[in-house]
Ligand binder design. Structure first.
Ligand code: C5P
Length: 227
């Protein structure tokens, strides 16, 4: 089986306060999406990366001039729909049920090739697949609408789910189609089928740029370690 990457980049990023889809915000002189694609392109076992854009996207060509990889304007109203559109496009381009698909958020632009390699090493002989994740260091609180604590949640067995998430095309397509828009990641859809994805520890630095203050944090990191 081959490995493909699929990058959903069809969100509007309204939590970021950037006034444009956050994948196009420049970090260390390049759009976030460009950093993400550079990291995936540096993993030889990933044959091709498909970027999923919104049909209404009018920024990609200007933001990533000369991009030669696969692009499909098949994004939907939810992340899950965007990924399903991308999976169908991978099939049109020759991918089959047994091929692995690594779904990776455009907004996790600090991705390092070595973390992707670790994920592939851990999952390529696994019956289910898995995801990059990070054990939770903070004490976890549940809160109500007034910003008051309602409970302290046991953190000992908790992990923050990241991406890439690596599953076989046939499995992840079936799982997402069954769960619909409620799935905020691929693993939760696979779990709903009764399967247990493998957790592969990566780094806190693989965070999803989401809030306004995240852009500066991402920039500092990139200036330190390089693209
Ligand atoms: O909104 P959130 O941060 O969870 O989005 C995660 C990723 O999914 C982002 O890369 C975003 O562009 C993508 N997305 C998408 N289609 C949507 C919503 C989000 O491709 N309808």
């Amino acid at each position: 089986p081959r490995c493909f990457a699929l990058v959903p980049a069809a969100g509007i990023g309204e939590r970021s306060g950037a006034g444009m889809p956050k994948q196009y915000v420049e970090i260390a002189g390049k759009p976030m999406l460009a950093h993400t694609l550079t990291a995936l392109a540096a993993v030889p076992r990933v044959e091709q990366t498909l970027v999923v854009l919104s049909p209404a996207d009018d920024r990609f060509e200007a933001a990533l001039p000369g991009h030669t990889g696969w692009v499909a304007r098949v994004g939907g109203a939810s992340r899950a729909e965007s990924v399903l559109g991308g999976l169908a496009e991978l099939r049109r381009r020759g991918a089959t049920d047994d091929d692995w698909v690594l779904v990776h958020d455009a907004a996790r632009c600090l991705l390092r090739p070595e973390w992707v390699d670790a994920l592939i090493d851990a999952c390529e002989h696994d019956a289910v697949g898995g995801l990059l994740a990070q054990p939770i260091a903070d004490t976890l609180k549940a809160g109500d609408a007034d910003g008051r604590v309602t409970a302290t949640v046991d953190r000992r067995d908790k992990w923050a789910a990241q991406t890439p998430q690596m599953f076989r095309l046939g499995l992840v397509e079936k799982a997402l189609a069954a769960m619909g828009a409620a799935a905020t990641d691929e693993a939760s859809a696979v779990e709903a089928l009764g399967l247990a994805p493998r957790l592969v520890r990566a780094s806190m630095a693989n965070f999803k740029v989401t809030w306004p203050e995240d852009f500066e944090l991402a920039e500092r990191w990139l200036y330190q370690v390089g693209p």
